[in-house]
Design a protein around this ligand. Structure first.
Ligand SMILES: C=C(CC[C@@H](C)[C@H]1CC[C@H]2C3=CC[C@H]4[C@H](C)[C@@H](O)CC[C@]4(C)[C@H]3CC[C@]12C)C(C)C
Ligand SMILES: C[S@@+](CC[C@H](N)C(=O)[O-])C[C@H]1O[C@@H](n2cnc3c(N)ncnc32)[C@H](O)[C@@H]1O
Length: 357
């Protein structure tokens, strides 16, 4: 091969690689680089074993029902997926209704701001973020409202990521992050002016338990809003396709069991809340929340090749390929759930702790 053909081939390969990795990249700006993918707090050599343990949990359904084992299982899940989520989705680990003419990033922010507007957060207020992830919503909410936000997550790796992002965003004076279990929060009674949870309490084996904790730490008169993952009134438990989609969602998202939309208000009332408003924000006229998942399909396929190559070279931990494959399958179930209308990740409930309690 002469020099010119060699040069042209190399240029073509480099251009192709650039196109594959950069141009075909995820729709949103990356929170992470592919070369930085890790197993969270799990050492690289244990990622595969932890992934196998995660799956074996579902082969022993009785254990999922054992409340005290669930937080550990959820912690393992977030060690495995946090970097991949940040890399391919961003710093907010939730869905939002799609809004014509607006980017995913704007739609995400509006969905977060709606939560804090609903609880009437103001500068000087102390607001609790129940299940805060790496803090995307917390930062949007603190800068929108001027309130102080305290986030809690079971996953220590997320705590460190959230603290790093808060500092980088210059919001560390308004945002605090605590590692802990939202079923036994390390906060005093009546200590928060308001609270919110975005797609997080679905990980609680019993919704009443986390709602009771939120009720305890809220000041009397304080508002709490939650975006819940639920099955809707279209879900039929004797329809095999419906059951397969919901089971797929539970397995790919570390859920001890999806609840029906009708259980949410019941759980809130049971622990003493007054219900101010309840609405499925995923229903029309809202744009389909699953559009973003569908639009990303080419990027997921590209990501899978990138992850496979990185794992083969020992840059990403062994096991990352399996975790990524599990997430690719989850996309299918979530999309089916959205399109068929049997599932919503944004059943909103706004509650008040009575002033006399
Ligand atoms: C509330 C929860 C998480 C909701 C979503 C943020 C995540 C659910 C499924 C995730 C993803 C699926 C496919 C991944 C893709 C294969 C990869 O290349 C890039 C990341 C994904 C897009 C990833 C991003 C986050 C989700 C959309 C649950 C856990 C309660
Ligand atoms: C899907 S993420 C959502 C994160 C964040 N609300 C957001 O929208 O970006 C769910 C969060 O709930 C947290 N979580 C789940 N179970 C928990 C528990 N028992 N105690 C504390 N946090 C928990 C996870 O660690 C994770 O941060």
């Amino acid at each position: 091969m002469d020099f010119l053909s060699l040069f042209c081939t190399a240029a073509l390969l480099a251009g192709g690689l650039y196109w594959f990795v950069c141009i075909l990249g995820p729709a949103e700006q990356k929170g992470k680089r592919a070369t930085d993918l890790s197993g969270g707090s799990i050492s690289a050599d244990k990622v595969q074993d932890n992934y196998n343990d995660y799956w074996s949990f579902f082969r022993r359904p009785k254990e999922i029902e054992t409340t005290d084992k669930v937080p550990d299982f959820v912690d393992t899940f977030y060690n495995l997926v946090t970097d991949i989520y940040e890399w391919g989705w961003g710093q907010s680990f939730h869905f939002s209704p799609s809004i014509p003419g607006k980017s995913h990033r704007d739609a995400t922010r509006l969905h977060e701001e709606m939560a804090v507007d609903l609880i009437e957060a103001k500068p000087g207020h102390k607001i609790l973020d129940v299940g805060c992830g790496v803090g995307g919503p917390m930062r949007a909410i603190a800068s929108h409202s001027g309130a102080n936000v305290v986030g809690i997550t079971i996953n220590e790796y997320q705590v460190n990521r959230a603290k790093l992002h808060n500092k980088k965003a210059g919001l560390d004076s308004l945002c605090e992050v605590v590692c802990g279990n939202f079923l036994e929060m390390p906060f005093q009674d009546n200590s928060f002016d308001g609270a919110y949870s975005i797609e997080a309490t679905c990980h609680a084996p019993k919704l009443e338990e986390v709602y009771a904790e939120i009720f305890r730490v809220l000041k009397p008169g304080g508002l709490y809003v939650s975006y819940e993952w639920v099955t809707t009134d279209k879900y039929e438990s004797d329809n095999a396709e419906h059951v397969a989609a919901i089971q797929g969602i539970e397995r790919g998202d570390a859920l001890p069991g999806l609840r029906s939309y009708s259980d949410i208000g019941e759980a809130a009332k049971k622990v003493g809340f007054e219900i101010v408003k309840e609405k499925d924000l995923g229903k029309a006229p809202a744009g389909p929340w699953w559009n973003r998942l569908k639009m990303g399909r080419v990027a997921y396929w590209r990501n899978h090749i990138v992850v496979t190559i990185l794992a083969a070279f020992g840059i990403a931990p062994k096991g990352t390929v399996d975790v990524h494959e599990m997430l690719c399958n989850t996309v299918h179930h979530l999309t089916r759930g959205g399109e068929s209308g049997i599932f919503s990740p944004m059943h909103m409930i706004l509650c008040r702790k009575p002033s006399h309690s």
